[in-house]
Design a protein around this ligand. Structure first.
Ligand SMILES: Cc1cc2nc3c(=O)[nH]c(=O)nc-3n(C[C@H](O)[C@H](O)[C@H](O)COP(=O)(O)OP(=O)(O)OC[C@H]3O[C@@H](n4cnc5c(N)ncnc54)[C@H](O)[C@@H]3O)c2cc1C
Length: 756
């Protein structure tokens, strides 16, 4: 006790005072972001010595029988009902029968418990539905996703009063009410907490009676489902200038549930989000008077709006966009492999060109990785975790890799994917890319500010305790708490340095490996890099303190390392969960090499730019004595991974499961593509025979008796199917532009003048 008291006074005291100036106090809004959600695997990654066995013990994401039946029934039916081109070009909305079907089958009530009339599905199921439906139509996917994620349903279940739950949940579940959520506005986008939408506590008339309520003025924009919503969740800043509630003037961000038919609310105008015509538009409110009991959670929840939203975001962000991205990436991989197999140039399938194969390998890798991470994340959500840092990682990395996949798919398809029309199966995915990048935390902000910025405080084993001690009003109690935390932190840092040194100087050979895994060398590398990451985090925090917030480029690279460690762990887990499929070894190796390379680039970037040079050299000396290890996959491996997409196989099915491929429709372009791919691939032995005989023309091969009647017919069938896929749409001039007739008149006039 005596020694501790001496330590606290003479050692910790000066450090406490220095840290108090180096670390800015946490603002209330920041604290609410930090407090939202829970710490899960991110905490392990910050520890420097993650418990890989715990990761492997996570049960793989699974559907119940009831959920599977919904996937096989209503989900498949919905997919067959939506015609993406018709929505984009003609209707600019989902047709009424699709809206009706979604309501009747309770697509808007998937996460609402059965006791309230909802479907009570798991997070895994919610994710599977969004993933599959988005591959049929992004518009339908977004329409399903919004009421089930950050909308009023989720908030009601967590924070609503019993009365509010009993009133709203059954009506939301069966689609009598269509919800939307209004948070961001013109002046407050990424910085949503700076909203200028206000609510003033005052007496007013409601349904013919004078009551104490709130007078609202708001102007929200970009609100998904806003134009058709019947009820909106609205975030606003509440003020009580006359202190009518007796709790002070500034009451903070508050959320209320407001029917859109309330006098003063106007909605119905639509934005056009990249011609992806889901319902989206502004919400205005002028002098809208609402009673106090419309506040979500009642009066006791006044001022808790930001906390509620961040809590909902901590989970929702890990489901909606990662699921849409997983579907899109798998679809891009599948259709592009098929197209590369059937499309020939220079007399060979374009999938045989190395340049194309390089991109195909990345398409396959992205499909495997995003889905591995998605499954792990939704399984964690089903276990009750709400890991805000992990879900931010998922939001950013799933959408970014989906963007890469869509671009690569477009490149390989060439003009076929550029020309829009009913035969283009990639246009919808391509148009929607920037939407996924921007919503639920715009990506630049998420990478540069959120992932490591939040993780370093929230998921670090000691940081939050230290910051809380520094903000303590009672300085003596603060110093005492800081003393305990700081020295435990110091011990942790020394242990980490020792770990990073042992693993670094042996090239990772002594890194711990979970018991009995198929690929110990990959786990060892992750163990090595986790220790190096924890060491570098501590030194970056120590030397930069609060300035790390402004050093967004450093924070982003640290976030990249953290994220990659999560994603690669998910990939290795998927390989174990799927029974260590031998045939998947090349794709797992490829992903690991690419990921380790990305980690190396990020480490190098931080070490080259860390202002405290001594810290940078110390980390290099301890963790990377032979330099940061770079490792690009060899071309042979790239080639093997690309090949997965070029052959029909069980492996291809496992890589791209549960996509909508045009079942139940006669005229679907993906269905045509699958058919052509199957026919072309089945004809490979005939082609090989002709190649060996050096005959290109099937008729000639037939005349010479090299191929049979049946084989000739099969070649012709494959050619016809291929040509159906390769064709693009061309429209009469008048169908494209209302100016066409003027154009024609002009041409006629020119010809007449020329003739005269
Ligand atoms: C189609 C669509 C649907 C939407 N649906 C809804 C909805 O239903 N409800 C709702 O409330 N909102 C919705 N939004 C709003 C969405 O959440 C915002 O668009 C998003 O928060 C970004 O705000 P902003 O567009 O104003 O961009 P800005 O905030 O102006 O950001 C512009 C750029 O600056 C970057 N940036 C900003 N701050 C930082 C920083 N500190 N560090 C680094 N970079 C930074 C951003 O990453 C972005 O790249 C929707 C938006 C769209 C486009």
């Amino acid at each position: 006790m005596g020694l501790r008291s001496l330590r606290r006074t003479y050692l910790t005291g000066p450090i406490f005072r220095w840290a108090g100036t180096a670390m800015p106090p946490i603002s209330e809004t920041e604290r609410e972001v930090i407090d939202a959600g829970t710490v899960w695997w991110d905490g392990e990654l910050f520890s420097g010595t993650p418990d890989w066995n715990a990761l492997l013990a996570m049960p793989p994401a699974k559907l119940t029988e009831r959920e599977q039946a919904f996937m096989d029934g209503p989900v498949r039916k919905l997919c067959a009902m939506v015609d993406d081109w018709k929505i984009a070009w003609h209707d600019r909305d989902l047709p009424p029968e699709v809206w009706r079907f979604m309501r009747e089958e309770k697509f808007f009530g998937m996460i609402i418990p059965q006791e309230y009339g909802g479907l009570g599905f798991s997070n895994t199921m919610h994710s599977e539905v969004v993933r599959t439906v988005s591959t049929a139509s992004v518009v339908a996917g977004v329409t399903v996703m919004v009421p089930n994620s950050l909308g009023p349903g989720e908030l009601l279940m967590h924070f609503g009063t019993d009365e509010q739950k009993n009133h709203w949940l059954p009506r939301l579940a069966d689609g009598r009410e269509i919800p939307c959520f209004g948070l961001t506005s013109q002046d407050a986008g990424s910085d949503a907490a700076a909203m200028t939408d206000t609510g003033i506590v005052e007496h007013g008339e409601f349904e013919g009676e004078q009551v104490l309520g709130i007078r609202l003025n708001f102007h929200k924009r970009y609100i998904t489902l806003g134009p058709v919503a019947t009820v909106m969740g609205l975030a606003f800043k509440l003020r009580d200038p006359d202190n009518l509630l007796g709790e002070g003037v500034e009451r903070g961000i508050t959320v209320a549930l407001i029917p859109t038919a309330t006098p003063g609310v106007s909605h119905g105008e639509r934005h056009v989000p990249q011609f992806t015509h889901f319902q989206n538009g502004p919400l205005h409110g002028k002098e809208v008077f609402i009673p106090l009991d419309w506040i979500l959670g009642g009066e006791k929840r006044i001022g808790e709006g930001w906390k509620m939203l961040m809590t909902a975001l901590a989970a929702g962000r890990g489901i909606s966009l990662p699921s849409q991205s997983a579907g899109s990436a798998a679809m891009c991989a599948r259709v592009t492999g098929a197209y590369a197999r059937i499309r020939r140039q220079f007399n060979v399938a374009i999938g045989d060109f190395e340049g194309v194969r390089e991109h195909l390998a990345d398409l396959a890798a992205n499909a495997y990785l995003i889905d591995a991470a998605r499954r792990l994340t939704v399984s964690a959500l089903d276990q009750g975790h709400r890991p805000s840092v992990i879900t931010a990682i998922m939001k950013y990395h799933a959408t970014e890799r989906m963007r890469t996949s869509v671009e690569k798919a477009m490149d390989i398809h060439g003009g076929k994917a550029i020309i829009d029309g009913p035969r283009n199966y990639l246009g919808g995915q391509h148009r929607s890319v920037p939407i996924g990048i921007t919503v639920e935390g715009a990506n630049i902000l998420t990478r540069n500010l959120m992932i490591f910025g939040q993780g370093a405080i929230r998921s670090h084993p000691y940081m939050l305790k230290e910051l809380s001690a520094l903000s303590e009003a009672d300085k003596a109690a603060g110093l005492d708490a800081f003393d305990r935390s700081f020295w435990a932190h110091a011990g942790h840092a020394v242990a980490n340095a020792a770990r990073a040194w042992a693993r670094g100087w042996t090239g990772g050979r002594v890194g711990p490996v979970p018991g009995n895994v198929a690929l110990p060398h990959h786990w060892r590398q992750l163990s090595r890099l986790s220790a190096a990451f924890a060491l570098l985090s501590d030194l970056a925090l120590l030397t930069l303190g609060g300035a790390l917030k402004r050093k967004e480029m450093l924070s982003a690279r640290m976030g990249d390392i953290l994220a990659e460690l999560y994603l690669l762990g998910a990939v290795l887990k998927r390989h174990e969960d799927e029974g260590r499929q031998e045939e998947d070894l090349p794709i797992v190796d490829y992903i690991m090499l690419k990921g380790l390379d990305r980690i190396a680039v990020a480490f190098d970037g931080v070490l080259a730019n860390l202002p405290a040079r001594w810290a940078s050299w110390l980390v290099r000396f301890i963790a990377f004595p032979a330099g940061v290890p770079y490792s690009d996959p060899p071309d042979r491996l790239t080639d093997q991974v690309a090949a997965i997409l070029l052959e029909p196989s069980a492996q291809r099915e496992r890589l791209t499961p549960n996509l909508y491929l045009g079942e139940g429709r006669d005229d679907h372009p993906v269905r045509d593509l699958e058919e052509a791919f199957r026919l072309v691939a089945a004809n490979a032995p005939i082609e090989e025979k002709m190649r060996k005989a050096k005959i290109r023309d099937p008729e000639q091969a037939h005349r010479r008796g090299l191929i049979s009647d049946d084989e000739l017919a099969r070649i012709r069938a494959a050619e016809a199917a291929t040509s159906r896929v390769i064709a693009v749409d061309a429209f009469p001039m008048e169908d494209i532009s209302p100016l066409a007739s003027q154009h024609r008149r002009g041409k006629k006039g020119e010809r007449r003048e020329a003739a005269e």
